[in-house]
Design a protein around this ligand. Structure first.
Ligand code: HEC
Ligand code: HEC
Ligand code: HEC
Length: 149
């Protein structure tokens, strides 16, 4: 009898330790001030923008950028519509490489930081080129595209 109870206690302790470890990422993250790692928005193209705006409002970009990219691909590949116009009249080429990655030319310090943290591994880069230069200066080419009408 005694041995059996001891076994149950051991299981109880084992379970408590397991739960603490299994839920660690959650309560550990909850104690942090920032929900996501620090994102670097300081690229030459973004610094050159007349207004620091993305292709959609920031809150929408945070939650919907994957859908936006998906819509862009469908528009280009199926419908041949390359030009995207924002409600405030800014025009962009619907392109992952020539648009997103020109402003966000620091993939490692922007897209990757967030994806690594979230455990997401987009396969896009198997085919699409990352137009990244160590200094990022090639990205200034898109700066004019952010001009408000
Ligand atoms: C004209 C330059 C430009 C282009 C093109 C652009 N972005 Fe952005 N993006 C920005 C700027 C500037 C911000 C930050 C806006 C702010 O400070 O609120 C931003 C913010 C974001 C954010 C939110 C980051 C956060 O704070 O959590 C995501 C995600 C994002 N962009 C993804 C994309 C994707 C994907 C594309 C292509 C579909 C794209 N961006 C195209 C300039 C751009
Ligand atoms: C603020 C954090 C954040 C930033 C910054 C960010 N992403 Fe994401 N991204 C996510 C999260 C989270 C998901 C997964 C969402 C889901 O599964 O619903 C995701 C998913 C995606 C997907 C879909 C992946 C798939 O396999 O279906 C693509 C494509 C993508 N991101 C592209 C980009 C690009 C390109 C950039 C940089 C220009 C970027 N993201 C920047 C958080 C971010
Ligand atoms: C198997 C290869 C492959 C993969 C993987 C892939 N693409 Fe593409 N994608 C293409 C090809 C080919 C085109 C057509 C190129 C064109 O018409 O300019 C294209 C076009 C696009 C376009 C419109 C044109 C442009 O210049 O960007 C977008 C946006 C796009 N893909 C987004 C994505 C995203 C986001 C992912 C990851 C979730 C992805 N693709 C993964 C091959 C791929």
């Amino acid at each position: 009898m005694k041995g059996r109870r001891g076994g149950l206690i051991a299981i109880g302790i084992g379970l408590a330790v397991f739960l603490a470890l299994a839920t660690y990422p959650f309560w550990h993250a909850a104690g942090k001030a920032m929900p996501v790692p620090e994102l670097d928005l300081e690229t030459p193209a973004i610094r050159a923008l007349p207004a620091r705006l993305c292709v959609a409002p920031t809150a929408e970009m945070k939650t919907r950028h994957m859908q936006i990219l998906d819509e862009w691909r469908t528009e280009v590949v199926r419908n041949g519509r390359r030009t995207f116009e924002t409600p405030d009249g800014r025009r962009f080429d619907r392109s992952l490489t020539r648009t997103c990655m020109q402003c966000h030319s620091n993939k490692e310090r922007f897209c990757d930081r967030c994806h690594d943290y979230a455990g997401v591994k987009p396969k896009c880069w198997d085919c699409h080129i990352v137009p990244e230069t160590p200094s990022g200066e090639a990205s200034a080419a898109v700066a004019g595209k952010g001009t408000l009408k």
